[in-house]
Design a protein around this ligand. Structure first.
Ligand code: AP5
Ligand code: MG
Length: 217
């Protein structure tokens, strides 16, 4: 299973990414976590990107693309090539480059999972997290910048995945376990088909109007 998460800050990429990874036994590759680890270890790369992270700006495309290529190769060697990719792509350039990396390694995404949530809810979640985790970019001003960047350069990618027929959209403003159940049910239903249905024959799947009935099922 190869899944990309395309979602705004605070929508639950980290939360749901970890659950998907555990469920399918695949690596959770989170570009933000990898970058923050470099910052914490004060590596050369960490020192170069710290200011970008602190201001909520994107780091240069080449930095994250190199990281993800390495993580893909590692997954192919040790894990059969599955992944859940969290935090990439962030713009159209990354989306196209990622597709080329995927093609060269025969690891293009099976599913682009879009977690939908409104800015008010996202801001509330991130400010609540700030009190617990103290992430340097969880301040009101930087959250505003991260959300603005998401709307401007990241969200347009969603349409590109819809056109490719690999988009699955989920309402992320529901309890964590309910969101997880909807995602895992959809991915499990798709799993047997993924290797047999070519991309051009696929259609986007919109679960956002399932509402609570599904969650209680
Ligand atoms: P990144 O680490 O990817 O941060 P982000 O996109 O801002 O998203 P978050 O990690 O804040 O939120 P999330 O969606 O993971 O939500 P979470 O599950 O934690 O990127 C950080 C920075 O790195 C970027 O700004 C940029 O500088 C750089 N970067 C990274 N990738 C890059 C790239 N490809 N190109 C260039 N630069 C890049 O949940 C949030 C909170 O809500 C948690 O407290 C959680 O417990 C809670 N929560 C989750 N789900 C629910 C729910 N359903 N209901 C209630 N609460 C919930
Ligand atoms: Mg995250």
């Amino acid at each position: 299973m190869r899944v990309l998460l395309v979602a705004p800050p605070g929508a639950g990429k980290g939360t749901q990414g970890a659950l998907i990874a555990t469920h399918f036994g695949i690596p959770h590759i989170a570009t933000g976590d990898l970058l923050r680890d470099h910052v914490a270890r004060r590596t050369e790369l960490g020192q170069a990107v710290q200011e970008h992270l602190d201001r909520g700006e994107l780091v240069p495309d080449a930095v994250v693309l190199d990281m993800v290529r390495d993580a893909f190769i590692e997954s192919r060697t040790s894990n059969g090539g599955g992944y859940v990719l969290d935090g990439m792509p962030r713009n159209m350039t990354q989306a196209r480059a990622l597709y080329e990396i995927g093609r060269s390694l025969e690891m293009t995404a099976d599913v682009a999972l879009h977690l939908k949530a409104d800015d008010e809810e996202l801001t509330r979640r991130l400010l609540a997290r700030a009190a617990l985790e103290g992430r340097s970019d969880d301040t009101e001003e930087v959250i505003r910048r991260r959300l603005a960047l998401y709307h401007e350069v990241t969200h347009p990618i969603v349409d590109w995945y819809a056109e490719r027929g690999i988009l699955v959209s989920v309402d992320a403003v529901q309890p964590v376990q309910r969101v997880a159940r909807q995602i895992l049910t959809a991915l499990e239903a798709m799993r047997p088909l993924i290797d047999h249905v070519p991309e051009h024959a696929r259609r986007p799947i919109d679960l956002t109007s399932l509402g609570t009935a599904f969650g209680h099922a």
